[in-house]
Design a protein around this ligand. Structure first.
Ligand SMILES: CC(C)(COP(=O)(O)OP(=O)(O)OC[C@H]1O[C@@H](n2cnc3c(N)ncnc32)[C@H](O)[C@@H]1OP(=O)(O)O)[C@@H](O)C(=O)NCCC(=O)NCCS
Length: 249
């Protein structure tokens, strides 16, 4: 057959809308096309990140999380400590990885960031969820490479990220919740300026660790409540407000 091949690609259509839009065209339409291309178009699965650095610390660089970062993240080793089981990445097929990235890139109240070390290796992830851009608040999530913990990357990256969040994004407050047993995370959050603003019992879960069965977990029991055969972790809510961040910078 001849050389004609028809391929429908929504991205190609958007790109052509963008290129052909002229002065009188609908600005909203054009803006939507630009936004879609910026947030969703896939980066190459391998090779160096394509997103520009948004902010740098002394040991880390932060940029938008791109599709190839899902693969980088899923190749991290698992946490040895069973308490951190929930921070292990899920197992995802290629299609699920595409979906994972696309859903978060398109969600208006969510943003994900990649943290690289100075050699360009992905060492951490920072996310914002439940963001209200008008009022200026969001909820923070953080997870670092299990072999790179306790080496100062988390503190360095969060300090830099806060400069971006309050400075560049001009947000007003940043919230987070942290399991009370996670002393390391709690220490890092306090170190960069967060303060506790409440505490509560989290969702019930199976006591896989045997916290209320095993004698060697006596110390951990203060951070959990036994309830009908399940356990509920003590969760601390923390906040950093713009004015409190400003006085430190
Ligand atoms: C929480 C996290 C982001 C912190 O990043 P990190 O790079 O490991 O932390 P840093 O090395 O910058 O700092 C660790 C700090 O905690 C302290 N620390 C470590 N273990 C501790 C413990 N058991 N109790 C109290 N403090 C502890 C360290 O001494 C250091 O404080 P210092 O600088 O004052 O000495 C990272 O450990 C992580 O991703 N953990 C797994 C996922 C997770 O817990 N996410 C947070 C969910 S809310």
């Amino acid at each position: 057959m001849g050389g004609f091949r028809f391929e429908f690609s929504p991205v190609a259509v958007l790109r052509s809308n963008l290129l052909t839009a002229s002065e009188g065209d609908d600005v909203g339409h054009r803006w939507a096309a630009m936004w879609f291309l910026r947030r969703v178009v896939r980066a190459p699965a391998h090779g160096a990140p394509v997103r520009p650095v948004l902010v740098s610390g002394s040991r880390t660089r932060i940029r938008e999380f791109e599709r190839a970062d899902v693969d980088r993240w899923l190749s991290w080793p698992r946490h040895n400590d069973l308490l951190f089981e929930g921070y292990n990445p899920p197992q995802l097929s290629t299609r699920q990885r595409d979906l994972y990235h696309r859903q978060r890139a398109l969600a208006p109240d969510t943003r994900q960031y990649a943290v690289d070390d100075l050699d360009g290796q992905l060492v951490g992830r920072i996310s914002l969820r439940e963001a209200n851009w008008e009022v200026g608040f969001a909820v923070l999530g953080v997870s670092f490479h299990p072999s790179r913990l306790n080496q100062g990357f988390g503190s360095d990256a969060l300090t830099a990220f806060l400069t971006y969040y309050f400075g560049t994004l001009t947000m007003q407050a940043l919230y987070l919740d942290v399991a009370a047993f996670n002393r390391r995370a709690h220490r890092v959050y306090e170190k960069v300026g967060f303060r506790a603003c409440g505490q509560r019992w989290g969702d019930p879960e199976a006591d896989l660790l045997g916290i209320f069965r095993r004698a060697d977990h006596l110390e951990l029991r203060q951070y959990f409540r036994a309830e009908q055969g399940l356990v509920r972790p003590l969760v601390i809510d923390m906040v950093l407000r713009r004015e409190d961040w400003s006085v430190r910078h």
